[in-house]
Design a protein around this ligand. Structure first.
Ligand code: FAQ
Length: 351
């Protein structure tokens, strides 16, 4: 390493006769560094320009592509939250598998709950393409550092709740998720296509349960109406805070992760449900629900967003129960993970 020449000594004494050669080497090294930095900056600009162009052209960003750190973080947050929701979302309906009224209903519900597990797995796999492992995401959920949808913190008190979840919760999920099939991140968009097809079946089975009940005895009709009364506002809240309070919407829409705002999707959902409630012969529990000719949409009462925030922060009717159950299942599944890892290691060694 070169000693720094001081004012008090003669540079020729310090470096001897090599000084012109040494300075030349230093200059050459500095030039090489400057050129490398310029190339990197140009490449980064090139990559950023490519990213912007892909988004603008409505094409897909793939895992191999450069992406801004904040785009990656936003996707990990949303996809992880979505995956956790599918997994925790198995609990409210799972509660009814052993008490479904007929063998056929039991088989259908079992298949639906298994589908939700599958959705969770596709979504964890999509998140893994962003450089984070499923184990890490599960740890974050269990540590309370990642969220899952507010809706799964409400109890399923009667069999009609299974119908209301299918009709309203899966219905809201479809309205929210169909636009995600056009999300700018390829792996998430592709996972959503299959998920939406299955959600569509889920929504119909819920509608059919409610239709059967609402056309049955007076007690069955009352049970169906009671479930719709309980699930309506929590389903509206699933779409998230109103646009004015939505922290991520503007950026996520600019990146074409989200295609519509929370309020736009909520409105679509309301308009869809009013028609379907008519066919079911059930009433949506909102006295102010009426057609607005000017807006060509229904006016409706907003859900209680303070309640949504309380539920998101962990203080809903079932938050503690849901997380306790998830932690218990995770611990009980430890031996399966260990056995699978040991088997994979053995297979790799054999190969
Ligand atoms: N619950 O700025 P925004 C299903 C949080 S799957 C909990 O508007 P963003 C299938 C949000 O994370 C249901 N937290 O956020 C099924 C953010 O918090 P942070 C799940 C919520 O991301 C059916 C903060 O509030 N679906 O149902 C909720 O732009 C039946 C500010 O909000 C998805 O995850 C909420 N409801 O928009 C399974 C779809 N809303 O992170 C079983 C994908 C907001 O800053 C049975 N996700 N927050 O601390 C999305 O579309 C979006 O993430 C939104 C929220 C629309 C949920």
């Amino acid at each position: 390493m070169l000693a720094k020449p001081s004012e008090s000594c003669n540079t020729v004494e310090v470096y001897g006769n090599d000084i012109p050669g040494l300075l030349g080497e230093v200059e050459a090294a500095e030039t090489a560094l400057r050129e490398a930095a310029a190339r990197d900056t140009e490449a980064a600009h090139g990559e950023a320009a490519y990213f912007d162009a892909v988004i603008k052209a409505d094409q897909k960003i793939e895992p191999r592509d450069w992406m801004p750190d904040s785009y990656r973080k936003t996707l990990i947050r949303q996809i992880a939250q979505h995956a956790h929701s599918e997994i925790i979302g198995m609990q409210p309906e799972g509660n009814w598998i052993s008490r479904a009224p007929t063998l056929k209903r039991k088989a259908i519900l079992l298949a639906k709950v298994q589908d939700e597990a599958g959705h969770g797995l596709y979504l964890y796999a999509a998140a893994e393409t962003l450089g984070v492992s499923r184990d890490e995401l599960v740890e974050l959920l269990l540590a309370g550092r990642q969220k899952y949808s507010s809706i799964f913190n409400y109890p399923t008190l009667t069999w009609a709740d299974v119908g209301a979840i299918g009709w309203l919760v899966d219905g809201a999920a479809i309205v929210n998720q169909v636009p995600l099939c056009r999300c700018s991140y390829g792996p998430y968009a592709r996972a959503m296509i299959r998920i939406c097809k299955e959600e569509s079946f889920h929504q119909r089975q819920g509608f059919e349960i409610l239709h059967t009940l609402s056309h049955g005895t007076e007690a069955q009709r009352a049970m169906a109406q009671g479930a719709v009364d309980r699930w309506w506002y929590p389903s509206l809240a699933m779409f998230g805070p109103p646009d004015a309070d939505s922290t991520h919407s503007a950026q996520s829409m600019a990146w074409k992760i989200k295609r519509f705002s929370n309020d736009e999707l909520r409105q679509r959902f309301v308009d869809m449900c009013v028609q379907q409630a008519g066919v079911l012969g059930l009433t949506l529990p909102d006295p102010d629900l009426r057609w607005n000719e000017e807006r060509q949409a229904y006016d409706y009462t907003q859900p209680d967003y303070d309640e949504l925030m309380r539920v998101i922060k962990g203080d809903g009717p079932c938050n503690r129960q849901r997380m306790a159950h998830r932690r218990r299942s995770h611990d009980e599944g430890a031996w399966v993970r260990e056995a699978a890892a040991a088997y994979a290691k053995k297979r790799a060694a054999d190969a």
